[in-house]
Write a protein that binds this ligand. Structure first.
Ligand code: SIN
Length: 538
């Protein structure tokens, strides 16, 4: 079993710091909530690397919101619910589609510049969207522009204290409340921080898989800490694989935005044939899980490790103007998007599940909140609609701020760990363990799963559990412990859900089963696994 704490500590021996609110993580969720909170509160923002190391920074396509007269909240809600394959919470979707435009205005107020055309926002389309409604910045550098604007403001805000290169090891709790966090400083010493609220904005866990569009910091730290602390974790079996990441010798799995297909690109197998008409009426803009599995089928049929994305029929001007980052990146590897088909393959991209929250970002532990990819608000269901994640972070970030502002000060005591029993250090090459976990997740809990594979994967993961009896101190050791925790959550949830839906495809249960499985999966460290009705279910 995963223990309550990943390290031993004695609070009486540790320095203590008190603040109003602790924000953990520095993607859009962390930056935005910290800025909004700082209007009334003192904020301590903690990130394990820097303000520029997050998934947000790499977001290309953009941010979905209803910003034009041709669009409506009902249309966006409809698209979100269809993509979510019956598992979205209707009330959460309603919040997202109605409060998104206000959130976008707030980003603009903080200095984000979105692309415009003829005096209006330039809006693009992505998979499974019925309208052009995706705002973008500098063509395909939306996340970078948002982080630039928000990080500038955070750095100059006197009410936000920023701790970068600091590792949050565990959440501190007592009497069912979160009191703060145990933090390891860059020099290895530890400190206990206390606040009236703690907000997990720690992003996703793309590093669970060998191939991912996510940066190396995406190791599921928030979900793992919340699970250890006893929070409900929801729907971890739903992982989104982005259909098109660059697949070229020597190149990292760089994202080739869905917006490229939104602007008309084709997918072709290695024989040069377009194939999406064999899989879905929406062709290249079908839901991501459909496109990703179609690509894998074509790869298998042609005995290839990739397919091509082809936008050479568009003008070089359009390609370079809309996709300057992708164009330059590919060019670095000798691939010219204006003349070459680009080799691509699916890669892990987004975690639909996470720490379960209500409509105010509150988790099942009082005073513990979760926001962004670390959370499971109910917006994404079984499959996130492209570009809904940045809007989710700001909409629910604002709601968390409203809830935190109503909280009274917290106690500054917490439970101690149960005693110092971990003495032995981890030996052997950690990088090999991480690689083995990532390869196992691709093989047994990837795009296609079955019972036998999931059981094998689970068995392999459980063999790693003695790691928790060791004295873990380095960042990579603690990240591995968090990845192992998340891998177990994904695999166990995937094993329990005996149907196929959205980002979870079981070859042994290939049909969606609404009769038995129109339900969320909940995992709790103390109470085990259970299912729960989908809100709005009739
Ligand atoms: C993309 O640009 O394709 C990614 C957008 C997203 O995942 O929301």
């Amino acid at each position: 079993m995963i223990p309550r704490y990943v390290v031993d500590f004695d609070l009486d021996q540790l320095p203590r710091i008190e603040t109003d609110v602790i924000v953990i993580g520095a993607g859009i969720a962390g930056l935005f909530t910290a800025l909004k909170l700082s209007e009334t509160k003192q904020v301590l923002m903690i990130t394990k690397k820097s303000l520029f190391d997050s998934n947000t920074r790499y977001a290309q396509g953009g941010i979905a919101a209803v910003m034009s007269d041709e669009d409506s909240p009902d249309f966006l809600a409809q698209d979100t619910l269809i993509a979510g394959a019956g598992l979205c919470d209707a009330a959460a979707v309603d919040v997202l589609v109605h409060e998104g435009p206000q959130g976008v205005q707030e980003l603009i107020r903080y200095g984000t510049n979105f692309d415009e055309e003829d005096g209006h926002f330039a809006l693009t389309k992505e998979g499974a969207h019925s309208q052009r409604r995706i705002l973008h910045a500098n063509g395909d550098a939306t996340g970078f522009e948002i982080v630039r604007a928000l990080a500038d403001k955070v750095k100059s805000d006197p009410r936000i204290e920023l701790w970068d290169d600091h590792l949050v090891l565990d959440l501190l709790t007592e009497e069912g409340e979160c009191r703060g966090a145990l933090v390891q400083k860059p020099d290895g010493t530890r400190v206990a921080v206390f606040g009236r609220a703690t907000i997990l904005c720690t992003g996703g866990a793309g590093q669970l898989y060998r191939y991912t569009t996510n940066p190396e910091v995406a190791t599921g730290d928030g979900v793992a800490m919340a699970y250890r602390a006893g929070a409900d974790i929801r729907d971890m079996e739903f992982n989104q694989f982005h259909p098109t990441s660059l697949c070229y010798p020597g190149a990292p799995r760089f994202l080739i935005s869905e917006a490229v297909r939104g602007e008309g690109a084709y997918l072709r197998n290695i024989r040069g044939d377009r194939f999406m008409e064999n899989y879905h009426p929406q062709l290249e803009l079908a839901p991501r899980d459909v496109v990703a599995r179609a690509i894998v089928s074509e790869m298998e049929a042609t005995k290839s490790t990739y397919v091509y994305i082809d936008i050479t029929h568009e003008t070089p001007e359009l390609i370079k103007h809309r996709f300057p980052t992708i164009y330059e990146y590919c060019l670095n590897y000798g691939l010219d998007m204006t003349t070459d088909w680009i080799p691509v393959a699916p890669a892990s991209h987004y975690m639909m599940g996470g720490v379960k929250t209500n409509l105010h970002g509150e988790t099942s532990i009082q005073r513990l909140f979760a926001c962004g990819e670390a959370s499971s608000t109910g917006v994404h269901g079984a499959n996130r609609l492209a570009s809904n994640s940045l809007s989710e972070a700001i909409v629910f970030g604002q709601r968390i701020v409203d809830a935190v502002n109503k909280l009274s000060p917290n106690k500054t005591t917490a439970d101690n760990s149960s005693g110092s029993e971990r003495h032995a250090a981890l030996t052997g090459a950690l990088i090999e363990r991480r690689l083995k976990l990532q390869k196992g997740m691709v093989r047994y809990a990837g795009l296609r799963r079955d019972r036998a594979g999931l059981l094998k994967g689970l068995d392999d993961l459980k063999k790693q559990l003695p790691l928790f009896q060791l004295c873990l101190t380095k960042r990579e050791e603690l990240e591995y412990a968090n990845l192992l925790t998340c891998a177990l959550l994904v695999t166990e949830s995937a094993l329990s859900r005996e149907e196929s839906r959205g980002g979870h495809y079981r070859e042994d249960y290939p049909q969606r089963d609404d009769l038995n499985w129109h339900r969320h999966t909940i995992m709790n460290r103390e109470n085990g696994i259970r299912t729960e009705r989908v809100d709005g279910d009739v």
